[in-house]
Design a protein around this ligand. Structure first.
Ligand code: SF4
Length: 413
């Protein structure tokens, strides 16, 4: 969108008080996310922006409420999001085909060393807790050529790491066919093509649903530019809860997938998402889930406290748990995840890892404090005499504390 605004002759500014217009991409994944989206719109209005465009999932689900918030000029639902800029200024959609290929970095906080390239949108599944299918519609994939073009443009703009994203990334290609072989395409075809046709130094995959992968998928990691990090949302480690969630996986198949990945990449970071307090979850089911979480030894992850999303199957289920039980289970799950994450981080202390620096802050006589990510998604801090934003350096890890590792850059001369 930023590129399209620029191509239409507008300037992207760093903060709301400098802006004439703001686009707020709202979220509806939890009640909290929806409330944050509304708060953000109000805050931007108070900063003096008179023309706010609300888009994204919450605005799509609650267009009237979104339209009634102060200074909201227009609500753009997800199905028109790609044409948002063209619609706003009454431009033909193809106007942007003419824009220069180079991706200019965004000013201020949004300067990114990693480019998030969305290759897919929507989802054909119906997990009972999820509003995505309602908010985003059916799954659809961007073509290989389109994705490659976007990646080339990001690389020309200096990006060092490409992250492939999608609402249901692992389903990429199911709606695309190829003349080269029968049937539809698979994410592995896209990854192979990107690795073959671009010089991307680092390629990362975002969240992948476990049922979209098989053991053979991990052979892709023979190319070291594909980073050893897999985010596999588990949501529950209990078979009956997974069934009520309508997830197409079981603890056993998840276990087999994780061990296949670890066989190919023994030190791969496997992170996850898990829901605390799903409707009807008994103490025994919770204990089963917890045990499985321990067994998986995840390198990190997020625990979401269940909140009923209007229109979903789970919101209508009997046995909604009291908020205090959901919260308590969240804390327990969180502690287990944190313990395995900390043990994972510990295994890298004393080792040399390659870090892409994402942020820099000047610290007076200390020089510059740099923060960045390793290939396996560990956050690392180090001090340098001069800023090294967007550089990849070898770093000897000296310790870790509160989720972040510290280290010393090697070969600094
Ligand atoms: S697969 Fe993911 S996006 Fe699709 S319905 Fe399930 S949780 Fe939602």
């Amino acid at each position: 969108m930023a590129r399209q605004f620029r191509a239409a002759g507008h300037e992207i500014v760093t903060s709301a008080d400098l802006a004439d217009m703001a686009v707020v991409n709202t979220c509806a994944v939890t009640n909290e996310a929806a409330a944050d989206s509304r708060a953000k719109i109000r805050k931007i209005g108070r900063a003096g922006v008179n023309e706010i465009i609300a888009t994204g999932c919450w605005s799509t689900l609650q267009p009237q409420q979104a339209g009634e918030l102060p200074n909201v000029l227009r609500v753009v639902t997800n199905d028109r999001k790609d044409q948002l800029v063209a619609d706003l200024f009454d431009l033909p959609g193809e106007a942007f085909d003419l824009e220069p290929i180079a991706r200019e970095p965004l000013p201020g906080l949004h300067r990114r060393t990693r480019a998030f390239i969305k290759v897919q949108d929507g989802c054909d599944n119906h997990c009972t807790f999820c509003v995505t299918t309602i908010a985003r519609g059916e799954g659809r994939s961007r073509t290989v050529a389109d994705v490659i073009l976007d990646i080339q443009s990001a690389l020309m703009g200096g990006t060092k790491e490409i992250v492939l994203t999608g609402v249901h990334l692992g389903s990429w290609g199911q709606d695309l066919s190829t003349s080269l072989k029968a049937g539809s395409m698979h994410l592995r075809d896209l990854v192979k093509t990107i690795l073959r046709e671009t010089d991307v130094p680092r390629l990362r995959l975002s969240s992948l649903e476990p049922w979209d992968l098989d053991a053979d998928f991990f052979s892709l990691w023979g190319d070291e530019r594909l980073l050893p990090h897999l985010h596999l949302p588990l949501q529950s480690g209990c078979e009956s809860t997974l069934r009520r969630m309508a997830r197409k996986t079981t603890p056993q198949s998840f276990r087999e997938l994780v061990s296949a990945a670890r066989e190919v990449m023994p030190e791969v970071a496997i992170t996850t998402d898990i829901i605390a307090g799903f409707p009807g979850e008994t103490e025994a089911e919770f204990a089963e889930s917890l045990e499985f979480l321990r067994e998986m030894n995840f390198a990190g992850g997020h625990v979401f406290t269940y909140s009923p999303r209007p229109g979903t199957g789970a919101a209508r289920m009997k046995g909604q748990l009291k908020p205090e039980i959901r919260k308590k289970r969240n804390h327990i799950l969180h502690d287990v995840l944190e313990a395995s994450a900390s043990a994972y981080r510990q295994t890298f202390v004393g080792r040399t890892m390659s870090v892409l620096w994402e942020s820099t802050s000047e610290m007076g006589e200390w020089g510059w404090q740099m923060e960045g990510l390793t290939e396996n998604y560990l956050r690392v801090n180090a001090f340098t005499p001069s800023p090294r934003w967007n550089e990849i350096d070898p770093v000897k890890i000296s310790g870790h504390e509160r989720g972040s590792m510290s280290g010393v850059i090697l070969n600094m001369g």
